[in-house]
Design a protein. Structure first.
Length: 264
């Protein structure tokens, strides 16, 4: 087993979380949870095997093992890891992830999340659930193997930068510079991954945020236009008509022809 399908559309049910200490009395454990997933974040060197698949364990590696799967842990002396035993619920939102990954720079953030989950579990399980769900999403978005269906890390970084800067001037060179790649490279990978140009995506996200504010807030139309980085009110009106199918006033009045017209 090299990959697992991780359903993430609903919060997990966290049954237990803690810090496991192994390798003290034996260098090999066999473990199986009939009904629960296993999430581990490792602090040691060793190995994990599932059937014929052998996965090296290194500090900062993270693994996800589905229910009713027999795993063999091989230790090299005292070995500690964060563990979470949980139920994941079927949903339309799922990610294909490797059983074992190197979390690299993300491992410190994952350790913080799991540390909070372990501390919260005895007294406030909903907090533990929130921390673990966040950790699972971070794990699902780690740069992974080809063919897992996950976003290219440059595309993810570009989308994050765009979301944080929608209220200000945004250009493709700005985004590429922030991500650390060339304009040409960003344009190519972004279109391949999303089916949209960077400019089209920025326009789409600005108008989706504007639609939300028009329907859900009492901000003036002028203020909403400025809040999504379109300072020219006439241009804002034209963009709303083109992308959302109605003028800002009609959208606010509930007269839009549709919630989200396709953006080329």
């Amino acid at each position: 087993m090299k990959h697992v399908t991780l359903p993430l559309g609903e919060a997990p049910t966290v049954v237990n979380a803690g810090i496991g200490v192994h390798g003290v009395s034996t260098d090999h454990d066999v473990f199986r949870l009939p009904d629960l997933w296993q999430l581990h974040l490792y602090h040691y060197d060793g190995a994990l095997s599932l059937g014929p698949s052998l996965h090296p364990i290194r500090p900062g590696h993270v693994s996800l093992v589905p229910p009713n799967t027999e795993v063999h842990f091989h230790y090299r002396g005292r070995s500690e890891h964060f563990y979470v035993h949980l139920r994941l619920h079927d949903s339309a939102t799922a990610r294909l992830v490797p059983v074992m990954q190197d979390a690299a720079a993300e491992s410190a953030r994952l350790a913080d999340l799991l540390r909070h989950a372990v501390a919260a579990m005895p007294t406030f399980p909903p907090r533990a659930t929130a921390e673990v769900w966040t950790a699972l999403w971070r794990i699902a978005e780690l740069p992974g193997d080809e063919g897992t269906g996950r976003r290219h890390p440059f595309v993810t970084a570009a989308q994050s930068y765009i979301e944080e800067h929608l209220a200000g001037p945004l250009s493709v060179p700005d985004v590429a510079r922030a991500v650390g790649i060339s304009h040409t490279h960003l344009t190519r990978v972004f279109r391949t991954e999303t089916g949209r140009t960077v400019v089209s995506y920025i326009r789409h996200r600005r108008l989706q945020r504007a639609r939300h504010l028009l329907l859900s807030s009492t901000l003036s139309i002028t203020a909403i236009a400025a809040a999504v980085g379109i300072t020219d009110l006439q241009a804002f009106n034209k963009s709303c008509r083109r992308e959302l199918g109605a003028s800002p006033r009609d959208i606010r009045a509930g007269l839009s022809t549709g919630p989200d017209r396709p953006v080329p």
